[in-house]
Design a protein around this ligand. Structure first.
Ligand code: SAH
Ligand code: DHB
Ligand code: MG
Length: 224
């Protein structure tokens, strides 16, 4: 099979899995519709990746979740669904307008009591969270500007405990990470390498299929 055939097959497999395990869902579809109508970029996680986020959060028994990069709250709703009674999620978003759309989506999905969207540069917001002694978070999902990932990882570690999960989106970028000379994926290429070597974490990058192949890094915090 050539690469194009393989690509088509992978997309068919992704749709097959989605049909079985992440079928159409009114709250999620409404969130995507509102996001589209508001002109937000369509760069949310896929339905299957969303389901994976929910499953990982459930498996981790996460009661406190941190998200970096809210957009319209599509991934946020998946993560919030994993929270038990009394659990909470803080999501950080640079763009005030995106945050407004996310808040509406989160409210309509029924999570207004558990989810807080904070507006600002995540670096500033995270520094304040550490200063204020917020945390520990049981799970952090990093999905904002790719150049900021090394710094987000450091803040996430400071807001974690041993056993916390740190998940990182867009680890494969259509395979462009395979080429260390590809400028568009340089930050991700270097980040993956640093993650693999980091003695504070036990980690893996898992490829995920969507219109193009991407992936998620799953890391377990080993240190205090
Ligand atoms: N997690 C979302 C997608 C996030 S897209 C989902 O899957 O549904 C990335 C988001 O990160 C965008 O909304 C963008 O505005 C935000 N972002 C980019 N730079 C940021 C920064 N410095 N601080 C906080 N958010 C940032
Ligand atoms: C893209 C996808 C993402 O999941 C993201 O966080 C940022 C950009 C993209 O496909 O361009
Ligand atoms: Mg992403």
């Amino acid at each position: 099979m050539n690469r194009d055939d393989t690509r088509d097959l992978l997309i068919e497999i992704d749709s097959y899995v989605e049909g079985l395990f992440a079928p159409p869902d009114p709250a999620l579809e409404a969130a995507l519709r509102r996001s589209r109508e508001a002109g937000l970029p369509e760069i949310n996680v896929s339905p299957n990746e969303g389901k994976l986020l929910q499953l990982l959060a459930e498996t981790a028994g996460a009661r406190r979740i941190l998200e970096i990069g809210t957009l319209g709250g599509y991934s946020t709703i998946h993560l919030a669904r994993a929270l038990p009674e009394g659990g909470s999620l803080v999501s950080l978003e640079l763009d005030e307008r995106y945050a407004g759309v996310a808040r509406e989506n989160i409210r309509e999905a029924g999570f207004v009591d558990r989810v807080e969207v904070r507006v600002g540069d995540a670096k500033t917001l995270l520094a304040r969270m550490v200063e204020d002694g917020e945390g520990a978070f049981d799970l952090t999902f990093i999905d904002a500007d790719k150049g900021g990932y090394p710094e987000y990882l450091e803040w996430a570690l400071r807001l974690s405990r041993p056993g916390s999960l740190i998940l990182v989106d867009n680890a494969i970028r259509g395979g462009s990470v395979l080429d260390p000379e590809d400028e568009s994926a340089r930050a991700t290429h270097d980040f993956n390498e640093a993650l693999a070597k980091d003695p504070r974490l036990s980690a893996l990058v898992l490829p995920l299929i969507r219109e193009r192949i991407d992936g998620i890094a799953i890391a377990r915090v080993l240190v205090d």
